[in-house]
Design a protein around this ligand. Structure first.
Ligand code: SAM
Length: 264
């Protein structure tokens, strides 16, 4: 452990599992491939396992850390080479983070908040170049899952609507202190360019996707009964007896774009 941190006990409530294995740290940095001029924003730098390599490579990083003790240590250690935002990444208004720059966001994320954080970051996707995250393998498998897969669900559809997803590689529990109970994976998320986004009311899309997967064994006819009639589902060329897990992202967009007329 580095100077000034000898007393730091990993805090469970902040999802602290620190990377210590240089082999895996090196592979993650290589996947990120930091370039001079990049604006890299790290969520949860912790004890700087990734941070120090980014700073070595490009001279500077911006980071968001919730743990005040770690933030004080990071500030002392890296001074003006690190722009530190002491905040909860879930509550942070990401529009205020280097508003004039395009961001590359990275992080070995606290697993307890990973899904809400991924959704929160969608607010800034139009300004993001890419995101590289370490998450539980099980979550990454759901993020990249394709229709027909058992783990294809709401997370897959919502994220794949906005990002190109690539699972990079798995990282074993032994790479961390303390070791988590599960295997982790690195995922790369690249926002799709605006022109490639299918036009849809994102709120309606989100409601349809959530309802369709709420009881994934139900047919669309039943799962969406409160939102769309059987005829409406058929009108966009989708079989009402199909299940949500068989539909590609684009089919959910078609369902969300059905004009619903409320009886007067
Ligand atoms: N990046 C370090 C590494 O790879 O060893 C630490 C990773 S650890 C899994 C997660 C880090 O996120 C911790 O430093 C923790 O304090 C921080 N953290 C937890 N919840 C956070 C939140 N809501 N906002 C910002 N940082 C958070």
């Amino acid at each position: 452990m580095q100077n000034g941190l000898e007393g730091h006990k990993a805090r469970k409530r902040f999802g602290q599992n620190f990377l210590h294995d240089e082999h895996w740290i090196g592979r993650i940095i290589a996947a990120i491939n930091p370039q001079m001029g990049d604006t890299i924003v790290e969520i949860g730098p912790g004890q700087a396992a990734l941070t120090r390599h980014i700073i070595e490579a490009i001279g500077h990083e911006t980071a968001v850390e919730i743990d005040r003790d770690l933030a004080a240590w990071l500030h002392e250690t890296f001074a003006d080479r690190l722009t530190l935002i002491e905040a909860d990444a879930l509550k942070l208004n990401w529009q205020d983070v280097h508003p004039e720059k395009r961001l590359r966001i990275i992080g070995n994320l606290p697993y307890n908040i990973s899904s809400p954080l991924l959704f929160h970051l969608m607010n800034v996707a139009d300004r993001v170049i890419d995101q590289h995250f370490m998450l539980q393998k099980e979550v990454v498998d759901r993020m990249v899952a394709q229709p027909g897969s058992k783990v294809y669900g709401r997370l897959s559809v919502m994220l794949q609507y906005r990002y190109r997803m690539q699972k990079m590689f798995d990282v074993p529990p032994g790479a961390f202190t303390p070791a988590p109970k599960v295997t982790s994976s690195i995922v790369r998320m690249t926002p799709l360019p605006k022109e490639a986004l299918l036009e849809v009311d994102t709120e309606r899309f989100s409601v349809i996707v959530a309802a369709a997967f709420n009881q994934r064994r139900k047919t669309l006819r039943n799962a969406l009964s409160k939102l769309l009639s059987q005829e409406a589902i058929e009108s966009v060329g989708i079989d009402p007896s199909a299940r949500a897990e068989s539909l590609p992202v684009e089919a959910f967009v078609r369902l969300a774009n059905i004009k619903v007329t409320t009886p007067s």
